[in-house]
Design a binder for this molecule. Structure first.
Ligand code: BGC
Length: 262
């Protein structure tokens, strides 16, 4: 029995809720990947119910495989696609507005039946990439950007997370919220080509390069799987690497943070 090497990560997105048992020391997945659709409207009580049920199902799988004792207190980390400060939700760009001001730590801990850690989705992805992935062992400043429904950002310095970098919400070239112009979702919404999207992202990264000065960019989110079709970005001088974790970054990072809170 290796209880300290067992945690649960659950990643709540606007479209799906995904989770798994994870070894927080290696990032290895210990169970199957659980997935349900995010309840329509993504209202807090509906999401909490699904998160609670998923945590119980993952836990049952860990117990059945002998990776956790029946009565073990497992670290559980949950991501939300919002700014979370000290467990309280501060923004809600792509989920129901009633999350704003809510004590997500209390709500989700109650639904799960034990203390959980709540973290921004991109921050969790950044932790996964820094601890086990594309930025593993790298010193200095790493900016992990996740391109999906929105644009998430995680700033990691010498392996430590600086949370809640909301770089998808800056104004650029007359676009008041840049994620509405350059998130991966825009390809489908506006019917633009991958090349057109990549040109938008190249401009965005060129701008971020000037204001944040990272040592490297890591490109994650749903679009990272086709990185060979759009990298390198013209005009971006800082190294740009695709994320190591594709759809599991949030799960792995949430589990890692729950086991090793910053
Ligand atoms: C939210 C961020 C989130 C990102 C990716 C943005 O709209 O403001 O907090 O990390 O979407 O889900």
């Amino acid at each position: 029995m290796t209880q300290s090497r067992t945690a649960i990560g659950i990643d709540v997105g606007g479209t799906g809720i995904k989770g798994a048992g994870v070894d927080p020391e290696s990032g290895e997945k210990l169970t199957s990947r659980h997935k349900v659709l995010t309840p329509a409207g993504a209202r807090p009580e509906d999401v909490a119910r699904e998160v609670g049920a998923m945590a119980a199902a993952i836990r049952a799988e860990l117990v059945a495989s002998g990776r956790a004792a029946e009565d073990a207190r497992l670290p559980v980390g949950v991501t939300l696609p919002v700014v979370v400060r000290h467990g309280i939700v501060r923004t809600a760009a792509n989920i129901d507005a009633s999350w704003i001001g809510l004590d997500a730590h209390a709500l989700l801990s109650e639904a799960i039946g034990s203390e959980c850690l709540v973290v921004n989705d991109a921050d969790a992805a950044g932790v996964a990439e820094s601890a086990f992935g594309a930025a593993n062992g790298q010193s200095g400043a790493t900016l992990v950007l996740t391109f999906g429904t929105g644009i998430g950002a995680a700033f990691i310095y010498d392996g430590a997370l600086v949370p809640n970098f909301e770089l998808g919400h800056i104004e650029l070239d007359g676009h008041p919220i840049i994620e509405r112009h350059a998130a991966a979702k825009v390809i489908e919404r506006e019917g633009i080509s991958l090349d057109e999207w990549a040109a938008r992202v190249a401009r965005y990264l060129g701008h971020l390069e000037k204001i944040v000065n990272p040592d490297r960019f890591v490109i994650g989110g749903s679009i990272s799987k086709s990185a060979d079709q759009y990298l390198p970005f013209p005009g971006v001088t800082v190294p740009v690497v695709p994320a190591h974790f594709r759809n599991n970054a949030g799960i792995v990072g949430a589990a890692r943070l729950a086991a090793h809170p910053a």
